[in-house]
Design a protein around this ligand. Structure first.
Ligand SMILES: [Zn+2]
Length: 60
């Protein structure tokens, strides 16, 4: 079973779909994607947005 996060679910105009086996890994990949492709440093993301990201994670 995989966990999936779609960037578009977070209101981004982005087709990226991030998949990982665990939530920890998924959040790590999402952080890398946000920083690399959206120029959003993870340290600047407020807790309420982090909670939104976690809530947007889907199980496959
Ligand atoms: Zn994206």
């Amino acid at each position: 079973m995989a966990k999936i996060l779609r960037c578009s679910d977070l209101g981004m105009n982005c087709p990226k779909e991030i998949r990982a086996a665990t939530e920890e890994e998924l959040l790590k990949l999402a952080a890398e994607h946000a920083e690399k492709d959206h120029g959003i440093p993870v340290a600047s993301i407020p807790p309420e947005i982090q909670a939104m990201v976690k809530a947007a994670i889907r199980e496959e």
